[in-house]
Design a protein around this ligand. Structure first.
Ligand code: GLA
Length: 697
């Protein structure tokens, strides 16, 4: 044993000697290698938006029989025709993969998050996994755009049923659906929209869950006003910024019920902002929604049950009020369990997104008797290490944190980190096979705006990384294997450089990648320690600037460039999640960030496709050459869904303009009668009064 240890020591000494010898041979940046070919298993059927839906009054309307018998005939509910808007949103039968559906059954989701409460627009999470997506409706809708013909891609109408631009392009007038109601029967109108805008988006004391701020819609120069109950008008500084229509979809313009929320908001009550945010805890049942299902039961760490919204404002072409599914479940478990249960048939749905589970899930799904189908989509999941580039006091760092932020702002330091990452190995450690691809950062290779030649890749080279660290002034002065802060660093002179990396502990993939990154950084003398948090705390810390590095699963902007465009660069003080203004409200942008901002603003302002392509090339070059974020790996995900469900669109990606829970249009999904199961926990009930106990019958 002793001998062996000595032998090992000798080998590593040899290694470092040879490392010194090649010190001068710095590896040059290049373009990324082509990702391994991975063909998505099914292709979408491409259609126009008007093939999918329209707004129209129908001659007659229907609902489940038990609703008529138990609720309408007993006088508890008005007839369905009176509960629907003048012109409901009609999903066309020709675009439904299996046609008009039947009522009944349940979709059983499993989620890894936990609900903080129902006040989404004041920043509370409901636990993710599509629970909020099923409860909320937004001005526009983008999830289903994966199936829209490339030249017709634009946000779909939703709560806003139509809109027009003024001649000069500075004003956008939107017409809201008329006569739609919240799930408790209260009218939905411009008051709900204006309350969301004025007292949440514009109010700096409130951060809606998905981070909407005025920056999301063009900044302080943007105005929104109500012209009447069903007409709102935007005024923008730019002409024709059609881009913002994408941001009016989930999750940045989905109003909450003003009639319930307003009395608790600090502007209209004695509450503090904290009291407002927390005024509707998970125990508050029958929360009014515009979405298809209403929460009626919450058992802590066990399950949330939602029942059909009797006032839902969408129908099929035969006048059947949607949704078809009477109930949905969210079992409160782990994300890994979501995969396991979906494959086993004890759950119904999963976004297979943690590659550690791919082989097992594929093996089980290949069995002919498997209860669920599994289909891979494009490579749209990616991870990035974001160095905190804000040295302006954001997140109130201590001396070490401040020194780290200054280091992060040094390009040689960021390059060193990138060269130290063996991305091939990090990907293969998650799963072997053609799934993962080297990801230098920026737009994903599957994105229509991606350009390989504009993508700068700093390939794996420990020697280059070490040389760059030295160039950044970092050497190991005390011989303990970890580089030290230079002597002139304020507060931490000569101390070991220790980086705190924030990760989301709810996902095994985040943990696996983080472990790999720690080992690779150690090889170049950087000590990385993890700050592992659950989703809710993680998001708060990240948006509060409390991190040196953040390892993040990326969001829609890198998969489409169109959705959440404002997150591509710090175009405003709070537009991105990892780069924000300090307490004085200003951003300390680096010169390349100024250029990124210009490119993104020009992209938003342009409607010329050739010009937009060019701008995204510039953006990609600036991003990857300067390592605004340090890309790690990108890979495809698979939708797992129980075989009894009908109307699942072909080629639904688990992630593109939105998550699959929106993409598959759940309100149209149904279970044919002969396949229906006995999973309903609250059969033949509807949501009760807001705040009252559970469902009623
Ligand atoms: C979580 C899950 C995703 C998806 C989203 C929906 O982030 O990991 O797969 O379900 O929630 O918001």
């Amino acid at each position: 044993m002793y001998r062996k240890l000595i032998a090992l020591g000798g080998a590593s000494l040899l290694l470092s000697a040879s490392a010194l010898a090649v010190h001068a041979e710095m590896v040059e940046p290049t373009v990324p290698p082509d990702p391994p070919k991975f063909t998505a298993q099914t292709e979408p059927v491409f259609v126009g938006i008007s093939d999918i839906m329209e707004y129209r009054a129908l001659d007659e309307y229907h609902e489940p029989e038990w609703v008529t018998e138990k609720f309408v005939e007993t006088g508890k509910l008005p007839p369905v025709a009176e509960r629907l808007p003048k012109e409901p949103l009609v999903f066309k039968a020709g675009n439904m993969p299996d046609g008009v559906g039947t009522y009944g059954d349940v979709m059983r989701h499993v989620i890894g998050g936990r609900p903080e409460g129902w006040n989404y627009i004041a920043g509370q999470s409901q636990g993710w996994g599509g629970i909020d997506i099923g409860m909320m409706e937004c001005l526009t809708r983008v999830g289903p755009l994966f199936t829209v013909k490339a030249d017709e891609v634009e946000p779909m109408p939703n709560l806003a049923k139509s809109w027009e631009w003024s001649e000069d392009g500075h004003q956008l007038t939107m017409h809201l659906i008329e006569g739609a109601k919240w799930s408790d029967g209260d009218p939905f109108d411009a008051e709900d929209v204006m309350f969301y805008w004025e007292d949440h988006v514009v109010d700096p004391n409130v951060s809606p869950l998905n981070g909407a701020t005025v920056d999301t819609f063009g900044g302080a120069g943007t105005k929104l006003e109500a012209l009447d109950d069903y007409t709102i008008r935007w005024t923008f500084e730019e002409a024709f910024p059609e881009q913002y229509l994408y941001q009016m979809a989930y999750g940045t313009f989905c109003p909450g019920p003003a009639h319930i929320l307003k009395p608790e908001h600090p502007k209209y009550s004695d509450n503090t902002y904290d009291q407002y945010k927390n005024a509707f805890p998970p125990e508050f049942m029958n929360w009014p929604v515009m979405g298809a299902w209403v929460p009626v039961e919450h058992r802590s760490d066990d399950i949330i049950v939602l029942r059909r919204n009797p006032y839902y404002w969408k129908v099929d072409e035969e006048g059947n009020q949607l949704p078809y599914l009477d109930e949905v479940h969210y079992k409160l478990s782990t994300w890994a369990d979501r995969d396991v249960q979906a494959v086993a048939g004890t759950g119904d749905f999963s976004n297979l997104e943690q590659p550690e589970n791919y082989v097992e899930a594929l093996r089980k799904a290949a069995n002919e008797d498997a209860p669920a189908r599994l289909a891979f989509g494009a490579r749209t999941i990616g991870y990035t290490v974001y160095p905190n580039l804000s040295a302006n006091g954001w997140g109130s760092p201590d001396a070490r944190g401040q020194a780290l932020r200054e280091l992060n702002r040094n390009l040689d330091f960021r390059k060193a980190v990138s060269h130290a990452l063996d991305r091939q190995r990090l990907g293969e450690a998650l799963v072997k096979g053609p799934f993962t691809a080297i990801y230098p950062g920026g737009l994903y290779s599957g994105t229509s705006f991606y350009d390989k030649e504009s993508t700068v890749y700093y390939p794996y080279s420990v020697e280059t990384a070490q040389a760059l660290l030295e160039k950044a002034g970092l050497t190991d002065t005390d011989g303990n294997g970890i580089v030290n802060f230079p002597d002139d660093t304020e507060g931490v002179a000569g101390e070991d450089v220790e980086v705190v990396m924030l990760i989301n502990g709810d996902y095994q993939t985040d943990r696996s990648l983080a472990e790999g990154i720690i080992a690779m950084m150690e090889r170049i003398g950087l000590r990385v320690v993890l700050d592992i948090q659950n989703s809710n705390t993680h998001d708060q810390l990240m948006q509060g600037g409390k991190f040196d590095w953040a390892l993040n699963r990326n969001s829609e902007e890198l998969a489409t460039a169109l959705k959440f465009t404002e997150r591509l660069a710090p175009v405003g003080p709070r537009s991105t999640w990892t780069r924000r203004a300090g307490s004085d409200g200003t951003l300390d942008l680096l010169p390349f960030e100024e250029e990124m901002v210009q490119a993104v603003n020009a992209f938003t302002a342009s409607t010329d496709n050739a010009e937009r392509l060019e701008l995204m090339k510039q953006y990609q070059k600036l991003y990857t050459e300067n390592l605004w974020g340090i890309g790690v790996t990108q890979y495809p995900g698979a939708l797992i869904i129980n075989k009894r469900f009908a109307n699942i669109p072909a080629g639904s990606p688990i992630f593109m303009f939105n998550w699959a829970e929106d993409n598959i249009i759940r309100e149209r999904v149904y279970v044919p009668e002969d396949k229906q199961q006995d999973y309903e926990l609250f059969a033949e009930t509807l949501p009760g009064e807001p705040g009252a106990d559970g469902p009623v019958n």
